[in-house]
Design a protein around this ligand. Structure first.
Ligand SMILES: C[S@@+](CC[C@H](N)C(=O)[O-])C[C@H]1O[C@@H](n2cnc3c(N)ncnc32)[C@H](O)[C@@H]1O
Length: 266
C-alpha cells in the first residue's frame, strides 16, 4: 500500500506546535493514567510512537529514570528537543521502518497515530514485534462517529454536521475508517493479546474549551482538504470555528478509545 503523507505535514511550524500542545493539555492526564495502569515504572524501556510535541515522551523519561530509557519515533521530529534528557533517544523515521531489534521494549504507547495510517495493521504488528514477551501496549485512537453538535446557533450546527461529514470523507478517501478507535479492542483480541482494559472517553465540550479548540485548529489547518471532499464550504468552516469558540455551544467532537493490553509470554 502506498504510504500517504500525514495530513498535517504541510502545517506551518508554530500553528502545528500550538495544536499539538493543545492536544497534550487536554489528553495527557488520561494517557498518563493508562500508562501507569500498565505498570510503567523505574527502569522500563519504552517506545513512544508518533511522539508529536513530546510531552508524554518527556514524562515517561521522568518516570523510568536513569535506569530506564524512552525511545521516541516520529516522521516529523521538529518539536522533539531531547536536550538534557540522557535517557531519551529520538528517531526521525516512519515507525514501519524503525530499525530496532524485536523484543526490546517493556511498553509501547501511541496516541492518535494509527488513525493516520491506512495500513495500521502493519504498524500494530511492528509494535508488537518490538515488545518483549509479556510487555504492555497502550493505544489511544479516536472515533469520529460520535461527533455531533448538541446546542448552538442553528446555521452553525448545520455547518458542524457538514464538517463532520467532510472529516469522514477525507479519511475514507485515504482508505481510513475514522471510527478506528471503537474497533481496536476486537482487533487486539484477534491478535491474541491478553489482560484487556478498555476505556471510551466521550467528552461533551463547551465552545472555547480544550477539545473544541483542538478541533477548531485542525479545521483551520485542514480547510483546503475538507473543502476538497465536496461536503463542506469555506463558509461552513468559518461557522464551525465560530461554533467551537462560542461559550453557548455544546458538542461532542470525537471520542477516544484507550486500550491497554499485554503481549503473551509464549
Ligand atoms: C495527531 S499527532 C499526535 C501526536 C502525539 N502522539 C499526541 O497525541 O500528542 C500524530 C503524530 O504521528 C506522527 N506520525 C504520523 N505517521 C507516522 C508514522 N508512520 N511513523 C511515525 N510517526 C508518524 C505525526 O508526525 C504526528 O507527530
Amino acid at each position: 500500500m502506498p504510504e500517504l503523507k500525514y495530513i498535517f505535514n504541510d502545517s506551518e511550524h508554530s500553528r502545528e506546535l500550538e495544536r499539538l500542545r493543545a492536544i497534550e493539555e487536554v489528553f495527557d492526564p488520561a494517557s498518563r493514567k493508562r500508562l501507569l495502569a500498565a505498570g510503567l515504572s523505574t527502569g522500563w524501556q519504552c517506545l513512544e510512537v508518533g511522539a508529536g510535541a513530546g510531552s508524554i515522551m518527556r514524562w515517561m523519561a521522568d518516570v523510568v529514570g536513569e535506569s530506564g530509557r524512552v525511545t521516541a519515533v516520529d516522521t516529523d521530529t521538529r518539536f522533539l528537543e531531547s536536550a538534557g534528557l540522557s535517557n531519551v533517544e529520538v528517531f526521525n523515521a516512519d515507525v514501519r521502518h524503525l530499525d530496532i531489534e524485536n523484543g526490546t521494549f517493556d511498553l509501547v504507547h501511541s496516541r492518535y497515530v494509527l488513525i493516520h495510517i491506512a495500513d495500521f495493521d502493519v504498524v500494530l504488528q511492528k509494535m508488537l514485534g518490538l515488545l518483549k514477551p509479556g510487555g504492555w501496549i497502550v493505544i489511544e485512537e479516536p472515533d469520529f462517529s460520535t461527533a455531533r453538535a448538541i446546542v448552538g446557533d442553528k446555521a452553525e450546527c448545520e455547518s458542524v454536521t457538514r464538517l463532520n461529514q467532510a472529516i469522514f470523507q477525507m479519511f475514507a478517501n485515504r482508505g481510513i475508517d475514522c471510527s478506528l478507535g471503537v474497533r481496536l479492542p476486537s482487533i487486539f483480541q484477534k491478535l491474541g493479546l491478553q489482560e484487556f482494559f478498555v476505556e471510551n472517553d466521550v467528552p461533551l465540550s463547551k465552545g472555547g474549551s480544550g477539545v473544541a479548540r483542538v478541533m477548531r485548529m485542525s479545521a483551520e489547518q485542514l480547510a483546503e482538504k475538507y473543502v476538497a471532499t465536496g461536503k463542506v464550504s469555506y463558509e461552513d468552516i468559518q461557522r464551525y470555528s465560530a461554533f467551537s469558540e462560542s461559550p453557548d455551544s455544546w458538542a461532542v467532537y470525537y471520542s477516544t478509545v484507550g486500550v491497554i493490553c499485554r503481549k503473551g509470554t509464549i
